[in-house]
Design a protein around this ligand. Structure first.
Ligand code: URP
Ligand code: ZN
Ligand code: ZN
Length: 463
């Protein structure tokens, strides 16, 4: 199978240029002017960008959580990814009590077997940190190709600081990266008690219960553990200006603290929790949405390099049937999470590039090239000879109004309903095969379920 993409503008993390791209089987074989190879598929990309497929390194496919489970499975989740121009998904793999990390990897791979529409990998999450589990880090990195490990500082399955230190020490030896959900659980528990006594239990109080300082303190503490061990961490779903300052402070002192943010923290703010009735529940996620001041700071951090990646934290729960299953009288019982895998690229382009908040090249860096480097995806993240032919032929002028009925995620709402997009994928390729295309008023999946495969990743090599 071969594809020739002609006349487009290739965008990299550092520049752009006009050239044709020829891909054969899985790989990009040639890039050059006026290529004239016979190909099974020839695409006219004039007036369009050729972007590397986006990589979403933060998803919760089928994750059991808060009495239910996240609704997208590997089929619906990766079909939605493909339609949004996301060609690699790195999903969290939560270890169960008594399970080993390697068993957790095998279990989640079995859930994905035959179901994925694009490539995927896994980050094991350490939830039951027995000594023998910490010792599995070496094998997970060197044999299983999963060099990043998630820990939570909140929720019932959080780990303590001692575990964080042990994991930082162990990952440092083999080129691993510890990913941290950073919120101070005691601040949140205290706020929950105060709000409970005052009878403040509507969705809005979810945000009040998790103030910016809960994130700020946890990031500062985690950064100190990195300073102690000389290891490295990656803060997931960074949401607040105060948290960002702690990342920046550590980085300015040469401590390896990396961080991602997500479109919801860049584009939505806590006023959403005040929507009429129970509507605010749609935005109940942790950390919560913040003020515009934080969003503005996050855009600056993204532009300037203190934030290296944009992910989605895709964790969908229906508004009707899930969000309202236990939580109508108490924000604490509303399943935490929101959908986003399909809207990642369109939002970053429309709200970031078109509005002049970041350059097109920076968008490619934080969605693809930098993400691939951060997570050891050596064949992904760039339009370059020898890389996987994961490509998005992107029409920067195509208009689209986001609406749930034109999306593919397995959920009954989108937080971005009604937002006007400028720029959409025209054609999406995953390892040289067309998986999605613009069909007049939306992007449709045209790929093959089961062709996506597990990608072994390389140890961290510096950023
Ligand atoms: O609210 C969220 N973010 N749900 C998913 C789990 C997590 O903390 O990332
Ligand atoms: Zn989290
Ligand atoms: Zn998450």
């Amino acid at each position: 199978m071969s594809v020739l993409v002609k006349g487009g503008e290739i965008v990299t993390a550092t520049g752009r240029y006009f050239a044709d791209v020829y891909a054969e089987d899985d790989k990009i074989k040639t890039i050059g002017s006026n290529l004239d190879f016979p190909a099974d598929e020839v695409v006219d990309a004039s007036g369009k960008y050729i972007l590397p497929g986006a990589i979403d390194p933060h998803t919760h496919i089928s994750m059991p959580f808060m009495g239910t489970h996240a609704q997208d499975d590997y089929q619906t989740g990766t079909v939605a990814a493909a339609c949004g121009g996301v060609t690699t998904v790195v999903d969290f793999d939560l270890q169960q009590k008594g399970e080993s990390l390697l068993e957790a990897i095998e279990r989640k791979k079995s859930w994905a077997e035959g179901k994925t529409a694009v490539d995927y990998s896994l980050h094991p999450a350490v939830m039951d940190p027995r000594p023998e589990v910490i010792e599995e880090v070496k094998k997970a990195i060197l044999d299983y190709g999963t060099p990043s490990f998630k820990i939570f500082m909140v929720y019932d399955f959080r780990v303590d600081d001692a575990t964080m230190i042990k994991l930082l020490e162990e990952t440092k030896k083999y080129g691993g990266l510890v990913q941290v959900h950073a919120e101070n659980v005691y601040i949140i528990q205290h706020m929950n008690e105060v709000l409970e006594k005052e009878g403040k239990l509507a969705p809005y109080y979810h945000a009040v219960s998790r103030p910016n300082i809960a994130e700020e303190e946890a990031i500062a503490r985690a950064a100190k553990m990195v300073e102690l061990t000389g290891s490295r961490i990656y803060i997931v779903h960074l949401s607040s200006k105060e948290g960002l300052f702690k990342v920046k402070e550590a980085r300015d002192r040469g401590i390896d603290v990396f961080a991602e943010t997500c479109p919801q923290y860049l584009l939505l703010n806590e006023e959403r929790y005040r929507e009429p009735g129970f509507n605010g529940a749609k935005y109940v996620m942790s950390p919560p949405l913040r003020t515009e001041e934080s969003s503005r700071a996050l855009w600056v951090g993204l532009k300037g390099g203190d934030l290296q990646v944009v992910s989605t934290d895709h964790c969908p729960f229906d508004f009707k049937g899930k969000k309202d299953m236990f939580g109508t009288d108490d924000y604490k019982k509303i399943p935490n999470g929101a959908p986003g895998i399909e809207t990642l690229l369109m939002l970053l382009h429309s709200e970031g590039v078109v509005k002049g908040r970041i350059s097109l090249e920076r968008m490619v860096d934080v969605l693809s090239t930098g993400t691939a480097r951060m997570f050891g995806l050596k064949d992904k993240g760039e339009i370059a000879v020898g890389k996987d032919a994961d490509m998005v032929v992107f029409d920067p002028n195509q208009k689209f109004t986001i609406t749930q009925s034109k999306l593919h995620m397995n959920i009954d709402y989108t937080p971005y309903e009604g937002m006007e997009m400028t720029g959409m994928p025209s054609v999406v390729y995953s390892r040289g095969r067309r998986v999605a295309e613009w069909q007049g008023d939306h992007v449709e999946f045209v790929g093959e379920i089961g062709r996506g495969r597990f990608v072994k990743r390389e140890p961290f090599e510096g950023f």
